[in-house]
Design a protein around this ligand. Sequence first.
Ligand SMILES: [Zn+2]
Ligand SMILES: [Zn+2]
Length: 548
Amino acid sequence: LLLNSKLRIIPLGGLGQIGKNMMVLEYDGHLLIIDAGLMFPENEMLGIDIVIPDMSYVLERKDRVLGIIVTHGHEDHIGALPYLLSQLRVPVYATRLTQGLIEVKLRENHTNDVERHVIAPGDVLPLGPFRTEFFRVNHSIPDGVGLAVETDVGLIVHSGDFKLDSTPVDGLPTDFAKLADLGRRGVLLLLSDSTNAETPGYTPSERTIARIFEDIFARANGRVIVATFASNISRIQQAISIAHKYGRYAAIAGRSMSNNVRMAMDLGYLKVPDDCLLGIDDIQHLPQRQVAIVCTGSQGEPTSALVRMARGEFQPISLLPGDSVIVSSTPIPGNEELINRTLNNLFRLGADVFYDELLDVHVSGHASQEELKLMLNMVQPKFFVPVHGEYRHLVLHARLAEQVGIPRPNIFVMESGQMLELDSQSAQIVGRVSDDYVLVDGLGVGDIGEVVLEDRRLLSRNGFLVVTLVMERGTNQVLSGPEIISRGFVHVSESEELMDRAKAEVLKTVKDPGNRAYLNARIKEALSRFVYNETRRRPLILPVVMEA
Ligand SMILES: [Zn+2]
Ligand SMILES: [Zn+2]
């Protein structure tokens, strides 16, 4: 029995903002999720650790979700998995390296017992009404894939994050033949990465960085510190290889990067020359000219190794004049302030600092305009939805599609939370499921701090609720509370009945034996839903759970 003969495409994140990518395909009552990422908070969300998509649409249809397919291992594609998987028991499908990164992330967040399957480019995965084929794409991380999903309605192609690099660091270029083949078979809908739709021409190869890095390494008299994303395996590979070439030992600073490096070495995605890699404590006694350090912090993340070094708060390493620091990434919108503060601190310590505005120490992992047009030309879709980008990127990508001959009515510039319905002949945006953020304070550690109280924008509009309760350590026994304090939302004294029911809602959530690590997030979500249903308002909700 066909519940709805139309195929639904529901982006829950990543359209209209960079980050927190998550896409849902729904057909015949079945849901398939593609990616579940996080976003670093925008300036106005000061104090919030990470932002993940509003997943209510899938959480309200839990038993109809067939699985999660992950295109690659970047945070903006896997970062929300611990949260999603703590509430949804479905299998996760991804390539070997991506699974490695997912495993590290799940372990860090104490999310266990997840059914995971390794897929490879060329594999075919039938799940309910969706038959997914995987094809290789280049990106700034190895082992990325795009997807071709065959349905009764037609063939859907999802590019993942991609560029068309002819000389990728791992030697494995995007599968052009497959793309052309899909084009010949007839593609109903293409969803394609828009991150770089502003940039004319072609994105330079990841390999071009090597020359610039070599230059810096060749001239440096002190230590060389390279900061990039913990998941940017290709960049880490280049830093280590070049360090070795110039007679330096490399050390990895920072827990998440160390975990990723160890995993990528085990799986063979990172090739480290013998004895080149030392522990951070072992390099301290070496002459400075023999030392390279690879670390996180290129986005100014407050707890990262680079930021702590810049503040003089990183125990094993004190930066000195003559040390060189390469900050190898472009600022994610919203992080500029944090990055600038870090750069200033590094200069203050007398380091030679190399960053994007000064020198091309970073190349994008995303396709520029000519590559985007090539993708459109190869796949020749009937309908087109630009994905992964801020609103202007989506519009610019839509214009490129028009240039290569896709009729304007067949192009849909969508934002996260909207829903597109397709049959084999037509497509239209039919509504909105939600367009919300879920703000997570210290996902998995329950760390709250002073946080959200600085979030004046949200506060001034909707006020806030602070929920406090004391629980017995190691059980889900509530010792006292919950108490709810409200400011700027409702007067608690005038809404006793509402507050009583809100407290009951919190108790219900607490007693539900889910993953303890996400208790704060679960309370926040349950209460937020309750309050919204009752009042149509979205106050900021700040759970404070104490253990006794
Ligand atoms: Zn990516
Ligand atoms: Zn991405």
